[in-house]
Design a protein around this ligand. Structure first.
Ligand code: NAD
Ligand code: ZN
Length: 379
């Protein structure tokens, strides 16, 4: 089959690889029809993760069930399904509690929790930027879509990651109707966090970035854009909130935070959030903090240590929630919002390309070229 393979930093190629196939009786094989490029793919693409060449990327997948294993009972051939980016077993202690991003069964390393398609450090599972995808524990991981699946494919494919991840960020921040919310990062994830806050009845939503095209998109859905290239974003948030700060904050940038001049500081957005959010306010953190020291012997130790101002965070009595989104936990509800016309996350899509043009999609999205907000690939 054809697939997008990681061959090294900024080297991804569409080429022939062995066909994905049923390996376990609980597997489902999906013929992929839509698969997105994500900001998380850029961690691998930019060579920051030490991923071994050969991995098929792609964790935001939707398609048609082509084959099911002998032990699969719910999903059948021909079903249109969306796949959460994280792979859960459905029966471990964490999955039972809805914490499917921290599944204790699927990752082959017993010290790790959580597994994902096409991702460094998240198990050996190939991704879906390919013609076919093997889905472990298919009954649990396939979200069946209603009869409008084909018409609303560009909406439903956002259920695989960024819509639930943006939503998760607002839940980690315990956002309540009437709250003011500031989001750092107007990439696809930040835009979906802002959108989720709007849908859930925030009184005021602000978003910080410096790319005019991304800020303009946010403005179109009623979010107040804050351009950090024309002034201190913290001061702008304080001005907009009567000096008090926002009730809730969302971190949607991660360790690759930089200032408008391009100087990197992985702790920048966390420290700005503490300053932008009011005393006793809450902060959700979905931006990823990835390896700073790729040579550390232990997988968890390789994770990012940042110069976060714990003292100020403590003094302000704030709370924070972190981590990967438990996509499965939100999937059915968000699917039904789309089905009923109450949510249309496809407004984020800027480009739809055949899989054969994936390399150029990666280049443009990685460069954050004007207008390249979210790329959907069609194998
Ligand atoms: P992206 O790289 O397209 O967007 C990041 C945005 O942040 C860019 O528009 C960039 O200009 C902006 N930015 C950079 N520095 C900034 C700063 N100092 N202040 C404000 N904005 C700044 O990526 P994305 O797809 O939107 O993903 C965002 C993050 O979320 C990534 O770290 C990604 O890996 C992570 N993510 C997490 C989950 C999860 O489950 N927790 C899921 C998907 C993605
Ligand atoms: Zn993603």
């Amino acid at each position: 089959m054809k697939a997008l393979v990681y061959d090294g930093p900024r080297e991804v190629h569409v080429k022939d690889v062995p066909d994905a196939r049923i390996e376990q009786s609980t597997d489902v094989l999906v013929k992929i029809t839509s698969t997105n490029i994500c900001g998380s793919d850029l961690h691998m693409y930019e060579g920051r993760t030490g991923l071994e060449p050969g991995m098929v990327l792609g964790h935001e997948n939707l398609g048609i069930v082509a084959e099911v294993g002998d032990a699969v009972v719910k999903v059948t051939t021909g079903d249109r399904v969306c796949l959460p980016f994280n792979i859960g077993c459905g029966f471990c202690r964490n999955c039972e509690e809805g914490l499917t991003a921290f599944c204790l069964t699927v990752h082959p390393d017993p010290k790790m929790a959580g597994a994902a398609f096409g991702f460094a450090g998240m198990g050996p599972f190939w991704g879906g930027q390919a013609e076919y995808l093997r889905v472990p524990f298919g009954d649990f991981n396939c979200l069946r879509l209603p009869e409008d699946a084909e018409d609303k494919e560009a909406d439903y494919v956002m259920l695989s990651d960024i819509f639930p991840t943006g939503w998760h960020c607002t839940r980690l921040a315990d956002m309540q109707p009437g709250n003011s919310v500031v989001v750092y990062g107007a990439g696809p994830v930040g835009l979906m966090a802002a959108y989720s806050a709007m849908i859930q009845g925030a009184s005021q939503v602000m978003i910080v970035d410096r790319h005019p095209d991304r800020l303009r998109l946010a403005e179109q859905i009623g979010v107040t854009p804050i351009d950090d290239s024309i002034g201190d974003p913290v001061e702008q948030v304080l001005d907009l909130t009567g000096g008090r700060g926002a009730d809730r904050g969302c971190e949607c940038v991660g360790y690759q935070a930089h200032d408008p001049q391009g100087h990197e500081d992985a702790a920048m957005t966390m420290n700005r959030l503490v300053d932008s959010v009011r005393f006793t306010g809450h902060i959700g953190v979905v931006g990823i903090f990835l390896p700073q020291d790729q040579n550390a012997p232990d997988e968890l130790e390789r994770n990012g240590k940042i110069a976060f101002d714990m003292g100020k965070f403590w003094f302000k009595g704030q709370k924070a929630g972190t981590g990967q989104a438990n996509v499965k936990h939100y999937n059915r509800q968000l699917r039904d919002l789309i089905h009923q016309g109450r949510a249309t996350p496809s407004w984020i899509v800027s480009h739809e390309l055949p899989l054969a043009e994936a390399e150029s999609g990666y280049q443009h999205f990685d460069a954050r070229d004007n207008g390249w907000t979210k790329v959907v690939l069609h194998p």
